[in-house]
Design a binder for this molecule. Structure first.
Ligand code: VG1
Ligand code: CO
Length: 543
């Protein structure tokens, strides 16, 4: 067993995006590609020698190979101890929880989240810091800078570690502990929610269906829902994590979670349904024949938080990503708490949570979470909903419709144009950017532009500035259109168009979302010339 120093040359494309470095598996399989990035992480972390790191992933293809490489490189780079999930598995929120509970220095999370898996799918890697959350841009920029000048990396020449048995092994001086990835997370959930009430609900006539989409939440959902909460066996479907997610696209939305959608919108539908994404940090909430938009979900959780033991004393504040609807802003206003608007990506919530400026956070992309960890958390959101349903004894639909009655309804939808050509997509954005100065005051039919800008965020805690976070066009009636390019896609560009309008009048709430937003959808086309630039007649995914 010896440490080897391997000569390498830099790759120019290792800039982390919205959530770490994501590329197709074949890119990661190139000689030295993963190693360069991992060495760049270690080289960017001051004082990591002798410390504990957490490693785990969503179980997708290449997860196991990547973990073996990371373990051998960690040992060669003087890391003291690695905690790795059994089978190499750890959901993103569980990794965050483990980093915090074990007071680790940080962690490496292997996931491409909602992107498809398998030999022809995607892979991803990101670094999380001591608070359990994604590294802020200061660190991801440093990692990228190192990756551009790297000329060698260090790795132990040794046997693979058996990841399938709970054990403590050594590589050189470094300890490798294979731990149960579910137990620490499940215990945390028990400390936040009223498990006794939820158990009573699930053992009565209330029927639920949880779809893990063959991704990482299977073992977590089975343990929590079926074992600890006594839901009937089979409540969790597609519960065995597969390396290719069974060929599916583990993105919990109305398009990709079609199995669940069919059940919840079918005859004799259960009362509640939920799906999670590849790495377990997102959730989709459905009622019997009812879809809860993620923006509304955040608003409902905020409005009802004090019904849940973990939040019974109230919230210090809330935060949402810029494209997320303003539904939660109205709740915050009524509660008299602050509401922060951040750029897309969970890394921007970390400082607000650490400084106790926000307790709950959320994104329109089916992500909600709180200060219990520093990642968004899919099963946490499911339990939060079940806790509210157990206490109020209302249906999902009643809860949301009552919410709209109190606060008004924010009609909201996102239209994605996936894998379009990069160059015209960038031209579309550049063109919009150049228009922002002239748009305010312009009239389009019934709409008058109130403001137009490219969103820039100054972190209220450390003052760091993030620019060019998406084009916002706001209208005088409170409606809004946002355009941005995805930072997680791996093929061409993905254009996201976010549409929102506000309707205070409850008699006008029972309208289909796409119908309600039609004038704004047409306006987005008129202003941005989406068809012309994307060469697409319609979006790939509408949520
Ligand atoms: C998307 C979502 C964003 C989310 C990110 C990572 O990013 O829009 O809200 O934080 O994915 O989520 P983008 O840049 O493609 O719009 V996950 O579940 O992939 O870790
Ligand atoms: Co995810």
């Amino acid at each position: 067993m010896s440490i080897k120093t391997i000569t390498t040359t830099p790759f120019s494309d290792q800039k982390p995006g919205t959530s770490g470095l994501r590329k197709s598996v074949t890119v990661f399989q190139q000689p030295h590609y993963l190693e360069n990035f991992v060495q760049s992480i270690f080289d960017s972390l001051e004082g990591v020698q002798g410390q504990t790191l957490v490693v785990g992933g969503d179980g997708r293809f290449y997860n196991r190979q990547a973990i073996q490489i990371i373990l051998k490189m960690a040992a060669a780079n003087g890391i003291g101890r690695i905690l790795v999930g059994k089978g190499g598995i750890m959901s993103t929120p569980a990794a965050s929880a483990v980093i915090r509970q074990y007071k680790a220095f940080g962690g490496i999370v292997l996931s491409a989240s909602h992107n498809p898996g398998g030999p022809n799918g995607d892979f991803g890697i990101k670094y999380n810091i001591t608070n359990g959350g994604p590294a802020p841009e200061k660190i991801t920029n440093a990692i990228f800078a190192k990756s551009k000048t790297i000329n060698s990396y260090k790795i132990f020449d040794t046997e693979d570690i058996d990841l399938d048995k709970l054990s403590v092994k050594r590589i050189g001086e470094m300890a490798v502990e294979v731990i149960d990835p579910v137990e620490p997370y499940a215990r945390l959930m028990e400390s936040l929610f009223d498990f006794a009430s939820i158990r009573k609900l699930l053992q009565g006539n209330f029927k639920i269906c949880i779809d893990s989409m063959h991704a990482v939440t299977g073992p977590y959902a089975q343990d929590i829902m079926e074992k600890r909460l006594g839901a009937p066996a089979g409540t969790v479907q597609n519960g065995v994590p597969l390396e290719d997610f069974g060929g599916g696209h583990p993105d919990p939305n109305l398009v990709y979670a079609h199995d669940l959608v069919e059940i919840l919108f079918g005859d004799n539908a259960p009362d509640f349904g939920a799906a999670s994404d590849g790495d377990g940090d997102r959730n989709m909430i459905l009622g019997n024949n009812f879809f809860v938009t993620p923006s509304d979900s955040l608003a409902v959780l905020t409005a009802n938080a004090t019904l849940v033991p973990g939040y019974k004393d109230g919230l210090s504040g809330v935060a949402r990503s810029m494209p997320t609807s303003a539904a939660v802003d109205r709740v915050a206003e009524k509660l008299g708490i602050d509401c922060y608007e951040t750029p897309t990506g969970w890394k921007f919530f970390g400082n607000l949570l650490d400084a106790d400026k926000a307790t709950l956070c959320g994104e329109e992309s089916f992500g909600t979470g709180s200060n219990h960890v520093r990642e968004k958390d899919g099963l946490w959101a499911v339990l939060f909903w079940l806790n509210i349903l157990a206490v109020t004894e209302k249906s999902v639909e009643e809860i949301v419709k009552d919410h709209w009655k109190t606060y008004g309804r924010n009609f909201y939808s996102r239209h994605d144009y996936e894998a379009v050509a990069s160059e015209p997509a960038n031209e579309l954005m550049d063109r919009l950017r150049s228009m922002t100065g002239d748009l305010p005051g312009k009239q389009f039919g019934d709409y008058t532009v109130d403001y137009a800008d490219d969103f820039s965020y100054t972190d209220p805690v450390d003052g760091s500035v993030s620019q060019k976070q998406g084009i916002r066009i706001g209208f005088t009636d409170g409606s809004r259109i946002v355009f941005r390019l995805s930072g997680t896609g791996t093929k061409g560009a993905t254009l996201r168009v976010y549409l929102e309008s506000y309707e205070p009048d409850a008699s006008k709430h029972n309208v289909d979302t796409q119908v309600g937003l039609k004038p704004l959808i047409d306006l987005a086309e008129e202003i941005a010339l989406i068809r012309q630039f994307t060469q697409r007649e319609k979006p790939t995914v509408i949520t």
